[in-house]
Design a protein around this ligand. Structure first.
Ligand code: PRT
Ligand code: ZN
Length: 223
């Protein structure tokens, strides 16, 4: 990767649930960037850091491959990506953050009876997180067929694509609107600040120390 030697490169979500909180966090850390929207890459004015705006799904790989030094991404997306890659050694979770909170949960049509996981044996489960879902069912010793969908997972049972789903839940109103109920939580997530596992050069390491110190101050103040 062709990285500047003296500026940290941080990948954040371009537009989505983590975007505003990610930018606000940088601002709270005293790192100023101009209005991002059009640009893919932005230089911070007052700090040796550049921002790359991308789809959240691309962030783990960008960091693991060293295209970016740092990333802010949901731990759900990170863990799914690491499982797919078959290794967790290419990145380090530096800090978990206090936004982007959600859980990956198994949900069933309201009318389907449920006494425990064994009731799901042999069923088709729609999800955008096949790796996390597969791992959970394997760990629990319950056989299941995973149907991978990139979105609109909650309508899969009604379409006859799957019997149950495994999807992210925050308020629960999407499940409710689709007459589904969560029965098991398989993964709890928040956003996290991650770093490529290889050591930073001394200039970048110094800048990153400052980022972390400010971040810890901000998070401590927020309680
Ligand atoms: O375009 P891009 O690929 O970057 O964005 P995206 O659409 O893939 O992701 P986005 O912006 O929806 O979510 C980014 C990250 O936010 C996720 O990876 C999670 O880490 C985190 N997050 C927190 C959530 C939610 N809460 C959440 N509720 N991500 C998605 N949802 C969805 C969920 O999939 C379901 O459709 O919201 C719906 C449920 O919400 P409730 O409030 O009705 O329960
Ligand atoms: Zn995405």
């Amino acid at each position: 990767a062709n990285l500047p030697k003296d500026r940290l490169r941080l990948a954040i979500q371009k537009s989505g649930r983590l975007s505003t909180d990610s930018l606000d966090l940088l601002k709270a850390c005293g790192i100023k960037v101009k209005s991002p929207k059009e640009k893919l890459l932005l230089h911070a004015d007052n700090f040796p850091l550049d921002l790359l705006f991308v789809r959240d799904d691309d962030i783990p790989q960008l960091v693991m491959d060293g295209v970016c030094d740092l990333g802010i991404v949901g731990q759900n997306v990170l863990e799914e990506s690491a499982l797919e890659r078959g290794t967790t050694s290419a990145y380090v979770v530096e800090r978990t953050l206090d936004f982007g909170g959600c859980r990956l949960a198994i949900a069933l049509p309201e009318e389907r009876p449920y006494t425990g996981l064994k009731d799901l044996a042999g069923l088709r489960i729609a999800t955008s997180y096949p790796q996390l879902t597969k791992r959970y069912f394997a760990q629990q010793g319950v056989p299941a067929e995973i149907v991978t969908l990139s979105g609109s997972v909650e309508i899969a049972p009604r379409l006859g694509l799957a019997d149950v789903i495994c999807d992210l839940v925050s308020s629960g109103s999407t499940l409710e609107a689709n007459k589904l109920r969560a029965v098991e939580t398989i993964f709890k997530s928040t956003a996290a600040l991650i770093r490529n596992a290889r050591p930073l050069n001394p200039e970048k390491a110094h800048a990153f120390d400052i980022v972390l110190r400010r971040l810890d101050g901000v998070q401590k103040a927020a309680g």
